[in-house]
Design a protein around this ligand. Sequence first.
Ligand code: TRP
Ligand code: ZN
Ligand code: CA
Length: 444
Amino acid sequence: MKLSVPARTSRRLAACAVVAVTGLLASVAPSAGAAPAPAAAPGVLAAPDIPLANVKAHLTQFGSIASANGGNRAHGRAGYKASLDYVKGKLDAAGFTTTVQQFTSSGATGYNLIADWPGGDPNSVLMAGSHLDSVSAGAGINDNGSGSAGVLETALAVSRAQLKPTKHLRFAWWGAEELGLVGSKYYVNNLPSAERSKLYGYMNFDMIGSPNPGYFVYDDDPTIEKTFKDYFTGLNVPTEIETEGDGRSDHAPFKNVGIPVGGLFTGADYTKTAAQAQKWGGTAGQPFDRCYHSSCDNTSNINDTALDRNSDAIAHAVWTLGTEASIPPGDVYENTADVTIPDNGAAVTSSISVTGRTGNAPATLKVGVDIKHTWRGDLVIDLLAPDGTAYRLKNSSGNDSADDVVATYTVNASSEPGNGTWKLRVQDVAAQDTGYINSWKLTF
Ligand code: TRP
Ligand code: ZN
Ligand code: CA
């Protein structure tokens, strides 16, 4: 059975119409997906310069907090809570609505700090976050006082500007990242699905002042990625895609439930190559951060230029993405009927019939896929246009050892007429693990 639902073009009506028909919009709200590129959007406000001295003053405080508390700011230790109280005090004084979220890990209480800037569209929330805990070996000034201070100073700049963003802005400092992303996982797991669907995106900043820095941009949501890359292009600083362990920081829990993510990173224990030293300076053959997870990760373990550029880049992204005109939601067509995918068998399809449109499909046709499966590496997924043209969304992979596929793919379908029967084609190409298409949707 097929359910295809053209939604309305107004945000409020779209939400009502689709909830009424499918009951599934919580996971597919217009604001949840990656937005079209905002580069030329008029009315976007320019970010202020983030004063390096202010960011460094926060690092000095984190250093003092560690010194006064046994040399670290680790989960379950006094230095962690003191760090949280410091950040919270600044945010409260600046007019943020702060929330401390408690959790337990390894027998100790942990804390996340969430700070909401009043105003903006509550249905389109832009988040920026960083982990505030250190390892127990040291003060954790680059890892991750740097991201914590850069996000804090950006939030304080929002307050100084008394910014009136179009999106709702939310900042977060995570506990117990070093124990396995514990705080951010707890936050995402405890966010009701209706709240999850309001998240436009999450930007993560974990290590942004490495002493022998690289300039790495996460290669996830294309809009967020482009926003950061544009900033560094403007500085004439080349960037590379972040590859030092995908999923090794607090963006992973967001990404795993289909929330668009992005972020910045200046490198941890990997070695800077000669080519990288050529383009960024610094020392080839040495780690980006030789004090990663050690006692020497103190206030001397920071490259000021990297910290300055990355802090300004955080503000650039918050201002650019947070103040762009809301993008009107596209028309949504969805099929929520379950289709079993045979194990190591023939391809199956699920159809959506699109009618009443004029012209071709967009260059940014969004294909939202929700497949339940016990090993997604088995799956090959294509979008089939009405004339049968296949657009590969995902290949199989022996290494992709996770379950379900919950993702939104962007397809340039501008050479295809919009009207007709579109299909999602899924094939399981390896034995043992199985699953089904739970639902999928097209957003024009
Ligand atoms: N999250 C790691 C830590 O806190 C650091 C790290 C390693 C990292 N690889 C990364 C952060 C890639 C972001 C991206 O120790
Ligand atoms: Zn870290
Ligand atoms: Ca299989």
